[in-house]
Design a protein around this ligand. Structure first.
Ligand code: F6R
Length: 623
């Protein structure tokens, strides 16, 4: 939710750095955007637009700003105040001298606003209290100085910023500039992501590393309640009381090419076709019993920890929650008790949460507000947290006891695809370790599964070949407005995921239902010609699925059956997408990919903005 980018340095064109950063962060929010640059004479140039970054780029480039010393910019996903130019960031104080970009929600903004009744507010946002509060405190402090020398200004700005940060309640990542101190950016965070990029006599501040990855891989991850001072030559970190802190720099392994489209029309389709690699990189050298050392070294989890928990409790949101549901089916099929909860519903379960349960959170970004809250609730309860995360250094990865990274590279499209299959890959790795260590799996069987798991990337490549056939199905059904997805057992979460993919990028009505539930209500909505996507692989419940398909066909549905080469002989359907046959517990990987491709081409045919669907943003960092 919302992307922040800031730059101070003399090496580069500040405006270009901001524009490039905004383009890379646009997936975080895209209803309005803006930038503020400060020239060496101390003049702030502010530009804001309702709409996409391209609009802002046109405006800023026409103005051809010269002698710029530093700048901050923002792409917005509206919370307080409609998408409009006046609500776009940066926000300013009364005299347009202090500029602020913010990601998060200031919960006490109304209370703070009442202290500022002499100030001139121009927007409906919660953010705008921040520049006015800084202005207020600077004015109070400067009045105390008889002669205002320029060397006072920097400490006065810093002190005012720290005091304001301590007054804020809620969540924030902030970057702030004051026209009187060119070159200086102050930043802070609480519960919203913020990272610093380090170059030679230049610094970047951003919501995530994608904002500056083309310039540097050297990164500092900002912690909660940490204040950062930046000018072209200096960087310093402080706690909320102004005490200096030492921090360690990290090196990011992602490459900028990973965050580019590389010839594809959309990030989503590129990411769909990267799933073989993402899966392979996630299982590589981690699969017990073939090669287990890396898993233990990376996660640091001991055999005792793998053996001693009472049950495993999966928690996540959206697509990651669907991975959690698959985890529940997988672990239970090996006799390991498991629960799966939506992170937003997890707080309601805390009274019955067994502190001996291993809480396994699954998240691509590692910044989802509800997932993060679940981590904190579980930790307070005494639970240990195992996190499956994609973004290195993200908040969840830093708060969990153990982390298993999915190595699928940056996921830019708002609709999650490769993150999901790499989450499944991570679940298989974890399951093999836990089941083997807990004597739920004999070594011979474990070897068999490991062997098959290692072959899955090849299977994924075969599934990619169904793209052309899926496009033909799309041609036939793209005039339909309602879709039903149905499956049983471990593929039931994939029915939910298939429906989610379709609705989020094509805005069509799609529902996922457990096939056994159809007769308990949903079958009533079937009418002549309604497309029903039925996952009917050769799993233990094929016979039941076959009957469910007959039942919807008898009521006029047009069935798109997702079969494997064996089950396709048993199922009657209008279209059959055929994938290679794999063991039942690997089947979610084979069933989800055609459904992602299907959703992509439906949205493509409708000419929609696939990578940035309306009303959505990539990381949901507010509750
Ligand atoms: C759907 C989608 C979302 C995310 C959800 C969790 O395509 O992308 O449902 O899966 O917002 O995000 P993470 O995994 O970052 O916690």
């Amino acid at each position: 939710m919302c992307g922040i980018i800031g730059y101070t340095g003399t090496k580069r064109d500040v405006v270009k750095v901001l524009i490039n950063g905004l383009k890379r962060l646009e997936y975080r929010g895209y209803d309005s955007c803006g930038s503020a640059v400060l020239n060496c004479e101390g003049k702030i140039e502010l530009d804001r637009v309702k709409g996409r970054v391209d609009l802002l780029v046109q405006r800023v480039l026409e103005k051809n700003y010269k002698n710029v010393s530093c700048g901050i910019a923002h792409t917005r996903w509206a919370t307080h105040g409609i998408p409009a130019e006046e609500n776009a960031h940066p926000h300013t104080d009364c005299r347009n001298e202090i500029v602020v970009v913010h990601n998060g929600i200031i919960e006490n903004y109304l209370e703070l606003k009442t202290e500022l009744n002499k100030h001139d507010f121009k927007s409906e946002t919660d953010t705008e209290v921040i520049p006015h509060l800084i202005e207020e405190l600077i004015n109070q402090n400067l009045r105390k100085e008889v002669i205002i020398k320029s060397e006072f200004l920097q400490p006065v700005f810093f002190k005012a910023f720290i005091d304001v940060v301590s007054k804020l309640k809620g969540s924030f990542a902030l970057a702030v500039m004051w026209s009187k101190v060119p070159g200086v950016i102050l930043a802070a965070r609480r519960f919203s992501p913020l990272v610093i990029g380090v170059g030679e006599e230049e610094f970047f501040v951003s919501s995530d590393v994608a904002g500056f990855l083309e310039y540097t891989k050297k990164t500092y991850f900002v912690d909660d309640d940490e204040i950062v001072f930046l000018d072209p030559k200096n960087i310093a970190f402080f706690d909320i009381n102004g005490k200096k802190k030492n921090k360690e720099i990290s090196l990011i392994s992602w490459d900028i090419k990973m965050a580019e489209k590389g010839g594809y029309r959309h990030f989503m389709i590129k990411e769909i076709f990267e799933q073989d690699i993402g899966f392979e990189n996630t299982i590589m050298r981690r699969v017990l019993p073939v090669d287990s050392n890396l898993f233990e070294r990376e996660t640091g989890i001991s055999d005792n920890d793998l053996k001693s928990f009472s049950h495993i409790h999966f928690v996540g949101c959206g697509t990651a929650y669907h991975a959690c549901l698959c985890g529940k089916y997988l672990f239970e099929s090996f006799g390991i008790a498991a629960d799966a909860d939506l992170a937003s519903e997890f707080p309601y379960r805390q009274n019955v949460l067994d502190k001996n349960a291993l809480v396994c959170v699954i998240t691509q970004s590692g910044e989802t507000a509800d997932t993060l809250e679940a981590v904190r609730i579980a930790k307070r309860n005494g639970n240990k947290i195992f996190a499956i995360v994609n973004v290195v250094g993200s908040t969840v990865s830093r708060e969990a006891n153990w982390v298993l990274y999915t190595h699928c590279g940056p996921e830019i499209a708002v609709a999650s695809t490769k993150a999901f299959t790499s989450q499944l890959a991570a679940l298989y790795v974890l399951l093999l370790h836990i089941a083997y260590k807990r004597d739920k799996l004999l070594i011979t069987k474990a070897r068999e599964y490991a062997k098959e798991l290692i072959e899955i990337p090849k299977v994924i490549r075969k599934i990619f070949k169904s793209e052309e056939y899926i496009k033909k199905i799309v041609d036939d059904v793209s005039d339909k407005n309602d879709f039903l997805y149905t499956a049983r057992g471990i593929n039931y979460p994939i029915a939910l995921e298939g429906a989610l993919k379709l609705k989020e990028i094509s805005y069509l009505h799609a529902e996922g239902y457990a096939a056994g539930e159809m007769k308990h209500g949903p079958i009533a909505i079937i009418n002549e010609g309604m497309p029903v996507v039925a996952i009917s692989l050769s799993t233990s419940d094929l016979e039941l699925m076959r009957s469910n398909i007959e039942e919807v066909k008898a009521r006029g549905a047009k069935v798109i059956a997702l079969c494997d080469d064996v089950s396709s002989k048993y199922v009657r359907a209008d279209w059959k997408i055929i994938v290679p046959k794999v063991s039942e517990w690997f089947s979610p990987v084979t069933s989800v990919i055609p459904l992602q491709i299907f959703a992509y081409y439906v949205a493509f045919k409708k000419g929609l903005d696939i990578d940035k669907p309306r009303n959505l943003a990539k990381s949901v960092t507010v509750k």
